[in-house]
Design a binder for this molecule. Sequence first.
Ligand code: C2E
Ligand code: CA
Ligand code: CA
Length: 549
Amino acid sequence: MASDNDTISSTTRLLRSRVSKHAIIGLLISVMCILLATSLAGFIESGSINLDSMVYAQKTNFALWVLDLMPFLFVMWGQYANTVMANEASVVIMDQTSDLRAQADAIEYKANYQATHDLLTGLPNRVLLFDRMLQVQSAAKRDDKLFAILVMDLDHFKEINDTLGHYNGDRLLKQVASRLKDTVRDIDTVGRLGGDEFAVLLPAISTPKAAEDVARKLLKALEPQFEIHDINLDVTASIGIAVYPQHGDDVDTLMQRADVAMYSTKNARTGYGQYCPSLDANSKRRLSLSGELRQSIEKGGMVLHYQPKVSLRTGQIAGAEALVRWQHPEHGMMFPDEFIPLAERTGLIRPLTLWVIEKGLKDCEYWNAQGMNAGVSLNISARELIDPMIPDTFQKLLKTHDVDPSLVVLEITESAIMADPQRALDVLNRLNEMGMKISVDDFGTGYSSLAYLKQLPVSEIKIDKSFVMDMLQDENDAVIVRATIDLAHNLGMSVVAEGVQDRATREQLERLGCDVMQGQFTGMPMERDELIERGTLEPARPAIVSAEG
Ligand code: C2E
Ligand code: CA
Ligand code: CA
């Protein structure tokens, strides 16, 4: 403010000096005019110009007296103009300065807001949340009080995002944010840590149990269905709780422990839970697992097993699905559900998929050379499906291993296609043009419909095992299986039933006109050589008969 006043007064001084300059020139001109007029008047009266004639003219000529007033008038006018102009100038400068200050304040506020808030939801971001935690922590320390931090992560948000697209994912996050905010008190802070992760700071709690009560309230607030794009969604979340000072006396530790508690809650599917030291072991395991997985992919620690796909018409093995396993040095054989999500989160899915494709094609080439004419089915995850390089990779590997592309089936889930339909369609078309077949995996568990799939180059549908396993007991499942077989056939696709575990199911599927079966009844995933042994048996002993024995 002081500097603004300085600027105004120095500018006013400058203007004043300009006005004064003009007044002084006016004064000089008027003095010159008096001298000229007096000399002229003296000359007219006495015929010569000298001091006496000029004094005489001044004494006797009334007009000269009026002229003599001019310098005084100029000086007074100059002073007056001076003051008026200076005042007007300072008003203009004041106006412009306050405009500029308002603009600068707005820019500063915006920059500050963006640095401390999440732009999608308008909630405080990690920076502001940590700042508030620091304040709350120093007050709690001084007054010997408790406070709690809750970390919340939505369950299966990735699937929702992949299936409904990012735009709808964002809409869901906004709705979640406003429900969370409406649930807590004004003194509590709800922040967004990033992605589908939120945090709630409870600055004043009497007991750790009070934090659990809030966690329950937050989960309850998510219970009513969310409506996104005419689809009603059930959204659940997992909350980890850390309480000051018992779980840590600095904000970093508290935050990290709330995170550990959240992960453990997610695995245990208990909704919410407090941190306890024994949970640290699990989180270390998670961290070290991703490092070990990377090494195993590079150093040959992965194993590919094959599950026969058996023709319901001939009883022969028509193909085999490649299913990856991890031969872990300490934990033993690990199954995909335990490490595929980890691989997808850490980007290891790319090298893993490349390894599976290469090994699968090599083994397919091998069993064909051994006289088992069967194709190989490979699982392709959502992230790989939108990789524009994947068709080139296939092109190269098919050539290296001399495998007929028509023997290769790529299994893709509906949600993988829906994640980015346009890009997925481009990639699928290219893969299909190369001669490979596309199969829709886990059919019936996603949101899309057969009508949508009609636009894709799909030649096979795999009915999810959850429907097949119970189809003899559950009428709803039976209806879904029957309808899927009929519709798929109408669209010219063949149908594989997954999870066939007994003869009765097999016979029912045969009656319904299903083409291929896969499951415990004809064999669980096995090593390559065992598959070849079964597949090269004489036609008199079809695979399904041997599988029963
Ligand atoms: P999926 O593609 O649906 O594979 C079928 C899963 O069902 C396999 O589990 C198989 O062992 C199991 N299964 C087969 N028949 C039966 C049965 O009669 N009863 C029961 N209860 N289960 C049966 P697995 O091998 O644990 O694989 C699980 C999932 O992991 C697969 O589901 C697939 O989505 C994923 N996966 C496996 N290998 C790969 C891979 O190489 N890449 C990618 N991206 N995903 C993979
Ligand atoms: Ca599959
Ligand atoms: Ca499946």
